[in-house]
Design a protein around this ligand. Structure first.
Ligand code: FES
Length: 187
């Protein structure tokens, strides 16, 4: 507007103001999709936790679930397998730390600390990714009857603890809990 104009906006001013507002709206419209892209989509949120029905897994059997893109080993150990793992001294272990996200970082790698806990010692839940270079170990195999990684020959025992081979640490135990007698929630 020129200095001689009255305070009433002319038609030209009105068009200018209207165009300016349209510009703001357009910017707003551009910002929203961008923020939207930064949110996890529904499928990612759905995978934040995974419930697994383990009622059909008999002692000696195992299944592999998928959680956040990783294989999760769930194994129902036999009494013999539990007894064998419980008999191992901590001094025999290559990695004496439990690596269990449900316990403190300093928890020693006893068989109990690697399992689902008191009364549920038969259940083992672990991320199925070799701690050497990430291959998926084979279950019920290897020198200790636990898992064997064929990529470079790492042997894990029935509690998923590294015993021989190049893998430096035990297979990690993710956050999980039994939400009923037969369903495990991972994550
Ligand atoms: Fe498993 Fe190398 S990746 S031993």
């Amino acid at each position: 507007m020129s200095v001689n104009d009255t305070t009433e906006p002319t038609r030209r001013d009105f068009l200018y103001i209207a165009t300016g507002m349209a510009g703001v709206v357009a910017v707003g419209g551009a910002v929203w999709p961008f923020i939207d892209q930064m949110r996890p989509d529904a499928s990612t949120l759905a995978l934040a936790t995974v419930d697994v029905d383990v009622s059909a897994i008999e002692p000696g059997m195992s299944v592999t679930a998928k959680w956040r893109g990783k294989p999760i080993f769930i194994r129902n150990r036999t009494e013999e397998e539990v007894a064998e793992a419980q008999a191992v001294e901590l001094s025999e272990l290559k990695d004496p730390v439990a690596r269990n996200d449900n316990l403190s970082d300093a928890e020693p790698a006893t068989d109990l600390a690697r399992s689902a806990g008191e009364g549920m010692e038969n259940w083992i839940v672990m991320v199925g990714s070799c701690t050497h270079l990430g291959c998926v170990p084979l279950g019920q195999s290897g020198d200790f009857g636990g898992w064997f990684c064929p990529c470079h020959g790492s042997h894990y025992d029935t509690a998923g603890r590294i015993r021989t081979g190049p893998a430096p640490t035990n297979l990690p135990v993710p956050v999980f809990e039994f939400i009923s007698e037969t369903v495990i929630r991972i994550g």
